[in-house]
Ligand binder design. Structure first.
Ligand code: PMP
Length: 457
């Protein structure tokens, strides 16, 4: 047992001294008191082990306390923590060169931040400065950050305050082929074909056409003739692993560029090999963005974020000094550099593909077995399981029912996430080192939790 203050004391402090809203999202009715982690495992203060399939919201990319990463961090801790980037320190340069080598041309100029919100905030500013335009488009259901600017970009009601956030953000309909008004899973570039009905005519995707149609309508109704940017997560994270029709990004990028805007991929959750087939989520749609933002998995839990762009956009952004005290600190760079090495050495992108595809296929079997599993989707280890009251209505499973199943899964030793506009989607975004045996354990637990719920009903 972890010898620290009692759980009662911790909860008392939490109530008195911590952000009170986080009490509501402590995730479980019986909160988890986590004190240790190793690779895909977490231990609570009573010594109970959990299989972590949520990775602190898709953040722990290579594994909790990965020994090589810990060694790299400790080495840097002993050498140099901080200078602020007014001096030149090699770790930043070594890292920037390494990160740039993972991106296609002309994405080669890197700005280091401390978080995803900060990265997206910076990308918004860059887009406006570079294009001279103001309006930005993002998807309904998206999450891009919680700063005042990125809150305007985010379209997820619980994260919105009733104040003037960023103006000039327009949210278009999310081309969600399960819950949206058009589509079926044939529209997606997914290893598992899920829903059988689809409005695709042969060789031509109706859903894509319809969703692009509503984007064009927004251009004619809500937006000025010229725009600054389109922001899109390649697979929505908080929105519940929503994937889009195959050509949606390609067609949108074209329309946005025609109107003077740039295209920004938010890879905060999908980057660093998580989608398996590619290192970046956008590569799955065969597009090259003008700006890529990243955070979370970039540092395996250490605070670091990045904006990567083209020399041309970087030149437009050079009109004033951009200063960030902690961005690109020696420790952050040493950690992030080691993360890139480990992804390669441990074959984690390939593992995401292999284990993720196995999990998707097995989940698809459960979807066929249970009336309350409406959709199974995702790529690699960015997976969503959308729960419904029944397949015919596709009405979201109630928050109470979701909680019951969720809590039961935790009590059986597995941690997953929740998401979706109605909180109806279970999210599986584990450290990328999980194995097929872990998947089998989770499947047994998930199966049992659903079975238990059906029994109680
Ligand atoms: N973009 C996406 C896609 C995210 O999921 C998040 C965080 N959930 C952010 C941006 C914001 O990142 P941070 O919390 O590091 O500010």
């Amino acid at each position: 047992e972890y010898k620290t203050m009692s759980k009662e004391q911790i909860m008392k402090i939490r109530r008195q001294n911590c952000n009170p809203v986080t009490m509501k999202i402590t995730y479980y009715k019986k909160p988890l008191f986590i004190h240790q982690g190793y690779m895909q495992w977490l231990w609570d203060v009573d010594g109970r082990r959990y299989l972590d399939l949520f990775a602190g919201v898709a953040t722990v990319s290579v594994g909790h306390c990965h020994p090589k990463l810990t060694a790299a961090a400790v080495k840097q801790l002993k050498r140099l923590w901080h200078t602020t980037n007014i001096y030149v320190h090699p770790t930043l340069h070594e890292y920037c060169e390494k990160l740039a080598s993972h991106l296609p041309d002309p994405l080669k100029v890197i700005y280091l931040t401390n978080s995803g919100s900060e990265a997206n905030d910076l990308a918004m500013l860059m887009a406006r400065l570079h294009t001279g335009n103001f309006d930005i488009i993002s998807f309904r259901g998206s999450y891009h950050g919680g700063t005042q600017q990125t809150m305007g970009l985010t379209s997820n009601s619980p994260y919105k305050y009733p104040i003037s956030t960023s103006s000039g953000c327009t949210h278009i309909m999310c081309p969600d082929v399960f819950r949206g008004v058009w589509g079926g899973s044939h529209c997606r570039d997914s290893p598992v074909q899920t829903i059988r009905e689809c409005s695709c005519a042969q060789g031509h995707c109706m859903a894509n056409e319809k969703y692009i149609g509503q984007l064009k309508e927004a251009f004619s109704t809500s937006l000025p003739s010229r725009i600054a940017a389109f922001f899109g997560e390649p697979i929505q994270g908080m929105g519940g692993a929503v994937q889009y029709p195959k050509n949606f990004f390609k067609d949108t990028y074209k329309l946005v560029r025609e109107r003077g805007g740039i295209c920004i991929a938010d890879e905060v959750q999908t980057g660093f090999g998580r989608t398996g087939t590619h290192f970046w989520g956008f590569q799955g749609y065969d597009v090259i963005p003008d700006v890529v933002t990243m955070a979370k998995g970039i540092g395996n839990g250490f605070p670091i974020g990045a904006v990567v762009t083209t020399p041309e956009i970087a030149a437009s952004f050079a009109k004033a000094y951009h200063f960030n005290t902690f961005g690109g600190s020696p420790i952050a760079c040493a950690v992030a550099s080691s993360v890139l090495d480990i992804i390669k050495e441990d074959g984690l992108q390939q593992n995401s593909l292999n284990v993720g595809t196995y999990l998707l296929k097995e989940l698809a079997k459960l979807r066929d077995k249970y009336e309350i599993i409406g959709d199974v989707r995702g790529k690699g280890l960015q997976i969503g399981v959308e729960m419904v009251k029944d397949k015919a209505s596709r009405e979201p499973l109630s928050p109470e029912a979701m909680s019951e199943i969720f809590e039961d899964i935790k009590d059986m030793g597995v941690l997953i996430g929740k998401g979706g506009v109605y909180g109806q989607t279970f999210r599986i975004q584990p450290p990328m080192c999980i194995t097929n045996e872990d998947v089998d354990f989770f499947l047994a637990v998930f199966n049992k939790a659903i079975h238990n719920y059906m029994e109680r009903k």
